[in-house]
Design a protein around this ligand. Structure first.
Ligand code: FES
Length: 96
């Protein structure tokens, strides 16, 4: 099985969501896929569990499996996640 890996170029042109802007005041998370009732928290959990691509996140969470209109939001969340990882790696590199 070929593993699809994330490429930074895939995020070019995508606006970066702020995680705080998607999380409501109760901290419950926001539904990003209406068809499958998938929240931004579920997307984050999939990424934390090792999903490395938009398709892997969609397979794991069920997002974008029906109408597909949520795919851009899922992609933006994946891009945001990888941007945060890159920033942490850069900070680690700078600290050492
Ligand atoms: S809103 Fe996600 S598949 Fe329809």
């Amino acid at each position: 099985m070929t593993r699809t890996t994330f490429r930074k170029e895939q995020c070019l042109g995508y606006p970066q969501f702020s995680q705080a802007s998607l999380t409501n005041s109760q901290g419950v998370g926001v539904i990003v896929c209406q068809c499958r009732v998938v929240t931004d928290r579920a997307v984050d959990a999939a990424l934390a569990d090792g999903a490395r691509s938009v398709s892997a996140v969609c397979r794991t969470t069920g997002a974008a499996q029906d109408c597909g209109s949520c795919i851009f939001t899922v992609k933006a969340l994946v891009c945001e996640h990888h941007a945060r990882e890159d920033a942490l790696l850069a900070a680690d590199g700078a600290a050492s």
